[in-house]
Design a protein around this ligand. Sequence first.
Ligand code: ADP
Length: 462
Amino acid sequence: MSRLIIVSNRVQPPTGEGGGNQGGLAVALSAALLESSGIWFGWSGETTEQFSGHINMQRNYGVTTATIDLEEQDVEEYYNGYANRTLWPLFHYRVDIAEFESGFAEGYERVNTRFAETLEPLIEPDDLVWVHDYHLFPLGQRLRERGIGNRIGFFLHIPWPPYQLLLSLPNHRQLVETLFDYDVVGFQTADSLENFLEYVRQEMGGTTDGDGRVTVGDRSIVAIACPIGIDTANFVEASQSAGARYTCYRMRQSANGRDMIVGVDRLDYSKGLEERFLGYERYLATHEQQHGEVFLLQIAPPSRGDVQSYQEIRASLDALSGRINGAFADIEWVPIRYVNRGYPRDRLAGIYRAARIGLVTPLRDGMNLVAKEYVAAQDPEDPGVLILSRFAGAAEQMTDALLINPHSPEEICDAITRALAMPLEERIARWRKLMDNIEAEDVMWWRRRFTEALEKAPQMAA
Ligand code: ADP
């Protein structure tokens, strides 16, 4: 087995808590690194006055991490700038708020070059290199320029936008060309893969064959759809832990016989939170007899607070939840409980389990792991119902959820009505099929599928 080098913007070393606070992705990647004696390389999250290229190597629970500090200006231009104000909105179909600043693009190139310069000496001849996400598109190319001939794969965690939309990115072709320095490029969904292939055919005159081989000029890569999963077994275990059981019990106590609908999302405009609140408001406005019988718990920890569009979404959700509560609440019932903080995984699992409905309505999402976690946390004998946006990557696999258009308050309202009235047999039948999928295609499956494709790729001459 080749040694694996994982590269991502941030590094999440194992905490030793297993099903506790660690994310599924970190668990899966740590397991792969442990098996292959690999290294996880990325930004420490810290800044330094002047970039030195110093690598901080650490070993935690058997996993080696290698991190570098970046300059303040790097963080502003590369992370807050090009990654989160240009690529993130555009790739989530929000060209209206994407910012195209040449300084951002320069900072992005600079940091990718810094990553390549510092990573290069760590790479040994037989290593597999696996680069993650939109922060690091050009890294493969920068490594090739330094003579790295190893197999290098790239996985995109966010959606790939439609061809016409991508054209609005200045230097779009330059960005897409960097993907041709990888051996394998993975997308979350068949839809994203098809968007990418469409760009390659239309804009680059490339060809594709049935085996996923994509050729432009004399360069061929393998492009695959490889949906990420959760660590299902671990999450099921977390949902049966004492912490989860206690939280579930407390939630039910505080629900006082009312049905709970839960939403759990990072506070991000891609998550469709305003549309969700409006759909729920429609439900309240049209189901007066249900007042006092149901409530929405929305958990939304703030993220990327340095970026203005995130400050705006936060302010607008504060106002909207206040307006809806003001219009409908009475002295012993508040229709929306809106909470801006994070919870440990076991408590989150208990909250999911106590909820009659999981309401997951992103306007666009690479995958959406919350949808999968909600299903994994359910009681098999009395499961809740997942309402899922058709624009979440997870919708390609989770066709037994109630799939809705998140832009439509009517569809959200109708789905809530249907879910609350759904008979037990139908709830169980739908849940079983959803669970079969997330058990079969969990995060270990995803990781194996990608690394096997990478191992099979022919190695380039250095
Ligand atoms: P994204 O990666 O865009 O934030 P996902 O749904 O794919 O969206 O993943 C979100 C992850 O963050 C999930 O694993 C979820 O459990 C976790 N998470 C989201 N909100 C909270 C919260 N309030 N407390 C703890 N974990 C959270």
